[in-house]
Design a binder for this molecule. Sequence first.
Ligand SMILES: Nc1nc2c(ncn2[C@@H]2O[C@H](COP(=O)(O)OP(=O)(O)OP(=O)(O)O)[C@@H](O)[C@H]2O)c(=O)[nH]1
Ligand SMILES: [Zn+2]
Length: 195
Amino acid sequence: MVSDKKDIEFENAVKTMMFYVGEDPDREGLLKTPQRVRKAYEFIFGGYKENPKEILKSALFTSSNDEMVLIKDIEFYSTCEHHLLPIIGRVHVAYIPDGKVVGLSKIPRVVNVFARRMQIQEQLTEQIADAIMDTIQPKGVAVVIQARHMCMEMRGVEKINSTTTSSALRGLFKKDEKTRSEFFSLINSPTGSHY
Ligand SMILES: Nc1nc2c(ncn2[C@@H]2O[C@H](COP(=O)(O)OP(=O)(O)OP(=O)(O)O)[C@@H](O)[C@H]2O)c(=O)[nH]1
Ligand SMILES: [Zn+2]
C-alpha cells in the first residue's frame, strides 16, 4: 500500500522524537512504531472528524417527560493539550427535558467526540454541556467530570492519588438550588448493584 505524503511526514516526526529521547529508531523493535503511533493518534484524536451536534440531532424524540435524566459514570480517555499525556476519568451528565429527549447512547458518543481531541478538563466539561444545551434545548444541563491527569502523575508534581473535579451547570441546575442538590446527591450516592 502506498502511504500518503502526510502519513510519511507524521511517521518521520515520530522517528525524530524517538531519536532525540535517546533511541535508535532503526532498531528492529521500533521499525513499525511510527506507523503504530500514527494509527493510535488517528484513533485517540478521531474527535476532530466528528460533529457532536449532528450526533445529538440524529436521535431526538418528542416527549412530555420533564424529570431529570442522569447518565452516571461514563468512562473516558482524553489527552491533555499541554503535555499530550492521558486524562482518564468519568463523566456524569444530567438534563431536564423540555419537550424533547435524546437517544441515551448519544450522550456517551458526544463525550467520546470531545474527549478524542486535545483538551483541558474544564473545556471538555463545558463543551459537553453546551452541545447538549444547544441541540436538545432542555430546561437545564449538568456535567461533572472526575479525572486523573497523567501529566500530574507520571511527571511534574508526581501526585498519583489526586483527582480533579470540574462541573458545568446550565439552566435550572444553575438557577435552582433544589435541582442542583438533587443532582449532586444522585451522583454521590453509591450505585450499589449495577442497575
Ligand atoms: N486547568 C487545567 N490545567 C491543566 C489541565 N491539564 C494539565 N494542566 C496544567 O497545565 C499547567 C501547565 O503549566 P506550565 O507551567 O506551562 O507547564 P509545566 O512546566 O509542564 O508545569 P508542571 O506540570 O507544573 O510541571 C500545569 O499546571 C498542568 O497541571 C487541565 O485539564 N486543566
Ligand atoms: Zn498536562
